[in-house]
Ligand binder design. Sequence first.
Ligand SMILES: Nc1ncnc2c1ncn2[C@@H]1O[C@H](COP(=O)(O)OP(=O)(O)O)[C@@H](O)[C@H]1O
Ligand SMILES: O=P(O)(O)OC[C@H]1O[C@](O)(COP(=O)(O)O)[C@@H](O)[C@@H]1O
Length: 461
Amino acid sequence: MKRIGILTAGGDTPALNATIHGAVTRASELNVEVIGFIKGFSSLFNPGVPHCHLNPLYRPIPELDPTRGGTILGASRDYVDHNDTRALDMVVDRLKQTGVEGLICIGGDGTLNGMQPIADRIPTVLAPKTIDNDLGLNYRNEPDEWMRIPNEGNDGYRYERAKSRQVFHMDHMINYATPGYATSVFVSAWGVQRIRTTAESHRRIAIIEVMGRHSGYLALGSAYGQPDFILLPESPLNLDLLVEEVKRVYDLQKHVVIVCAEGVVDENGDILGAEKKAHDPAGNVVLTGGAEALRKLLIDEIGDDYFVRKRRCESARAAIFTRKVGHTQRGGRPIVFDRFYASQLGGKSVQMLLEGQNNAVAILQWNKEKGFYVDSFAGNSFRDRWGLIHAREMHPCLYDPELMRASHHGIEYLLPIFSNAIGYDDVEHIRDSLFNPGNLYRAYHSVNADMSKRIHFLDAT
Ligand SMILES: Nc1ncnc2c1ncn2[C@@H]1O[C@H](COP(=O)(O)OP(=O)(O)O)[C@@H](O)[C@H]1O
Ligand SMILES: O=P(O)(O)OC[C@H]1O[C@](O)(COP(=O)(O)O)[C@@H](O)[C@@H]1O
């Protein structure tokens, strides 16, 4: 292969540029040209196919900075319909018109679902990303545990997990952690620490919502910020227990900090706060207001009297507040763990294409003897028997539902990732850049303005 393509799909993460940089550096060493497609799959559905050359003369363009968050290529959630063969043939025809002989998609489980039909037409591999850490398998035969159940009135299907018969072992995980996860945990844990002192001072109960969709890995990582309780989608809310424990801790320390994953579910398995089941273009349920819904429940259950009697707040409404860490979890400079492994996975995905692999995924593995290392895994092995790739849920043994915090296994899971996840340069960077006086004089200059000058279009006529 002399020329390959690369795109970034789904939600952005801080480590996407690091992955692109790793891929472009490796490709340049091997005299392979890299074409970047703009805004994920959206570029391929556009007859003009906006694209740019990422390594003219086999040198990465200067805009490609592995320490910059986001993606210089832009990202989107445009849907790839398996059944629309006409559109898919057109996509591949357009790819070929740009001269690319293989494609790297940087994305998560949705992107892997979307790239499968493209891989039937042109060699395609996935370099993993997602702050949710939900691309992967807790063990190899996890996809076999999915059951497909027809909805009432023949209205499609729903998927449920059968009870697992598998002993969980961390060495057996496929894709131990995805680039983006570590930085996102860093931001979330920091957010928890910062909200803690204000809740502590004002005798309040803080509910902090973190992202992660239906997977609790991100909320689990927030344990580093020492919240009093963590609530996860994989463990239905036990409201009575939570109320009892919140009161116990509030009595003792006059404030409480709860981390609530956005996908947290009630006793019936219904997502808290997702009253309207809106979907994004990729078909994902839009999760809004898990923390707000939990706040309402706690206000009702604890009541005003409790706070008034203690002379700490005038009402439950005043005492209990919510904050979302929000998109700060997805943005900004990646910490060294993400930069290093994102870049290795980018390089690995180039090698995989050149070795002739197709529909395969570059993965980050870990075991006690070797530590972290990159490998590859067949895309098809992520699919259930009906061909669908499901987001990885956090394995239940990583969480203690009685204590509502990380279990021993959960702590063991986090330690290898985070023990050296922040580099000295990450800390130095804050010191050197944030209060740089130049920031006050200079307007922000967006990399998009520079990238626009590099974008080419196919002749759409
Ligand atoms: N089941 C699916 N079939 C085809 N394409 C999909 C599917 N799910 C997601 N995609 C596409 O893959 C891309 C990324 O998906 P998304 O779920 O947004 O993020 P991620 O890859 O991080 O999970 C989007 O362009 C989306 O439309
Ligand atoms: O703000 P957006 O882009 O609509 O999406 C929010 C969602 O994207 C994520 O940040 C990342 O999701 P993906 O990796 O699946 O793209 C989720 O944690 C969150 O639910």
